[in-house]
Design a protein around this ligand. Sequence first.
Ligand code: ADP
Ligand code: ASP
Ligand code: MG
Length: 435
Amino acid sequence: MKFGGTSVGTPQRMKEVCELITRSSEPTFVVLSAMSGTTNSLVEISDYLYKKNTEGASNIINKLEQKYMKHLDELYTTSEWKEKTEKFIRDEFNYLRSFTKILFTSFEEKVILAQGEIISTNMVTNYLLECGVKTILLSALDFVRTDKNAEPDFNYIREHATKQLNDNPDYQIYITQGFICRNAYGEIDNLLRGGSDYTACLIGAALQSEEIQIWTDIDGMHNNDPRVVENTMPVPQLYFEEAAELAYFGAKILHPTCIQPAKFAGVPVRLLNTMDPSAPGTIINNEMQHGTIKAVAAKDGITCIQIQSSRMLLAHGFLRKVFEIFETYKTSIDMVCTSEVGVSVTIDNRSHLADIINELKQYGTVSVEDNMVIICVVGDLDTENVGFETRACNALKEIPVRMISYGGSNHNISFVVRNEDKTRTLQALSNTLFI
Ligand code: ADP
Ligand code: ASP
Ligand code: MG
């Protein structure tokens, strides 16, 4: 069971989480995020420290410490656990203060970002122990690791998570931190923002759990982005591939790559609402519902690059040369459209854009458009299901579409539009597809 930032955002919510995790008599592995807002504050502290503004960093550290100290009276009833946790939090904030006195690099930043989950898991474990629940806190730093490509090292995680369980039998609740890990060199690192979902799916898959539950602040995956579109509805069931596409293409409820390990291990993932635990939520599993359009998602911050060249005409090897340039700069391509005289691609990482454009110019005329959005419509798109693309395209008849990708997988059709057209595109798709 994984609980996100809002789900552990106040002492009251932490108590509700403890109620939920102790309902079952089965041993349960629990992955927790930092309390909501904390990781953002830690990012801000790091920004100040990079800029050598120790006063700015200290101000945020002090404010955050005061906030945490206020939670103690509300969470604990006994002075024993209150004092224990108070000491832990004091030490944590003194540790954060120690970074104002040393040289600050990305290594120190990762250590700072890890403290949010370290604090929240400690608070919840102490609460459960105060309540007499047989609980153990396992440090994710001892068994969640990434490899030299900064990808989770699944074999390592499986071996070490299993060892942790075998070394600590007979507990009802096993608590660990989401998001944080060690890298291939043993340094503290993380699975990128929103990474607690990834931790939960990796552990659930590694231990071959019965089910992975992602508890959050909404009643499952909605059929469109509820932050942008009105009257969205929860989707009761998704096929693994459909959920993976939605997560990758911007449905913030899931970390972009967290579905992969669950899919490979065949462990179902259930999305549930901490604020409304009896709502059915969404089950993600291996079942495919034929002929249904499930949901729409949007990925922001997209850059389109078009390379036009008469040299591409009838020439082989042109695409390889273009793609090799992106590979050299470790920049992955999300979408590709080709014609006889050109190719358009999209990327979401602009850090090497200038170099990439410079090299592409050897092969043709290059034009770049920023502030684009990929809109992804997900469902069962197999060849028997005639009309999927027509329905999606019909919804967009008033909108200037820059690229369309169809047929790359059996589960999605994607459109690239300008950021300024995002809201009306999403709304138009909801109006046409789900009403
Ligand atoms: P947590 O802190 O629990 O990980 P997140 O904020 O990361 O929660 O994810 C939940 C949020 O995702 C929801 O509050 C909602 O605003 C947003 N969201 C975006 N797209 C969707 C979608 N298609 N379905 C459900 N929620 C979505
Ligand atoms: N606390 C981390 C973040 O805010 C990880 C997570 O909540 O999933 O990104
Ligand atoms: Mg999240």
